[in-house]
Design a protein around this ligand. Sequence first.
Ligand code: NAD
Length: 493
Amino acid sequence: MESTTDQVINYIGGSWQKPESGTDLAVMNPATAEQIATVSLSQKEDVKKAVEVADEAFHGWRRTPVTKRIQYLFHFKNLLEDHIEELAKVITNECGKTFNESVGEIRRGIENVENACGMPTLMQGINNEDIASGIDEHMIRQPLGVVTAITPFNFPAMIPLWFLPYAVASGNCFILKPSEKVPMSAQYIFKLLDQVGLPEGVVQLVNGDKTAVDELLENPAVKAISFVGSSGVARQIYSKGTAHGKRVQAQGGAKNMVVVLPDAEMNMTTRIVGDSAFGCAGQRCLANSLAITVGDAKKPFTEAISEKAANLKVGYGLNQGTEMGPVITSESRQRVEGFIETGTKEGGKILVDGRSKKVDEFEGGNWSFPTIIDDISPDSSIAKTEIFGPLFGLMHVDTVDDAIALINSQAYGNMACLFTSSGAAARQFRYEANAGNIGINIGVAAPMAYYPFSGWKESFFGDLHAQGHHAVEFYTQTKVVVERWIRDWDRVF
Ligand code: NAD
């Protein structure tokens, strides 16, 4: 087992800097319960410095041809590929997910670097010749300036890469404020970026908490904020950022329902839904957290998913054969246990109880084993609240219409999934379910890099999502030019 006591610090203007006025926070391995690093939290002055440096760098960076800008990203992609295993270990050690899950998230991050390498085409404008005789009109896309992303703990490598490559390729200077719970993955990524040789100030890493975020939200030189985290904070970031005149895209929490029809292929459904519910210990914004069975699907699905939950191998993510790691903190574990308690008080029946279990050799870890609660009432708090842990609820209805109505009564709209072999049911679901990411016989409908990550309702505040062409639009502003160049030839007409 690797043990390190790294000091995680900021990367500003091309050099590593300890915040001048910061305090330190321990970074823990959630499986081994060991302290693996210390992160120095930035204060307002530290953040101001990062913004100033980025603002200065912007003048040169926006003048760098896009074809040259993307060469740094090609280099970055190769470095990520070369270091994928090392970075995956860092993720597992600070975040808890299994090694394979860590590799998977880096792959999805790399996809975004690759996609952003298409920026010469992606940020092309449009034009018309002769909108009137001898007059042409063009729309060009220009970068915004200093942009920033504030990211959550659960995908410490992938989520920063939803933003950084597009921001930089389109000519902006970028500041990342990662989750203070998992700052080591971002530090690792920035060590790779340091080798890429980008001009100083184009990418910056600022560690910290609300204090650092508040400065980013208020600083007039910051033009755009990307946020991913819980809905309450997303809403606040959206309000405050837009009140300060910035573009904001704020992706929030989720409560993703999966509908299982009687004609679903039950083995496949159980395997996929189980992986979605318990993968990353249920700490994915695209985790299925509630199943709605329709009609006769109730019995076979309930039995099969309970068996799957009861037999998952929980443990330290770097150990071979581990299928599920710990939750991020002991507070998270207690919160999940609290919801199990609440669920039973609200009338739910526990089919698999994941409380009070330990993993041999790692007794101090934040272990929360898979739990299944049956007969959840649609009005209960566990049907409505994002739990963000391996607690899976079951509800049972008679028709697809009932199931869709339940989904649409939800406050969140991140994802909804359907398992069926009926094309007609699938079409109805795709058409009527009020969620921005839909899975048909898919348990984690995570859009590829070239599609927007399309949360709706309380799962998203803003207009343009992360990834795909939305990212290009978010990081550029349009400029329209109408021009006339008179030549004698034109006067003829
Ligand atoms: P969080 O909201 O606690 O923190 C996210 C980021 O916001 C961190 O960088 C944190 O330092 C900062 N922050 C926290 N409180 C703040 C405040 N009051 N003011 C300013 N900044 C603040 O989220 P988390 O626990 O790190 O991550 C889990 C949440 O993220 C879940 O709700 C999950 O659904 C959500 N999530 C959403 C998506 C998505 O795409 N919709 C993806 C991943 C995670």
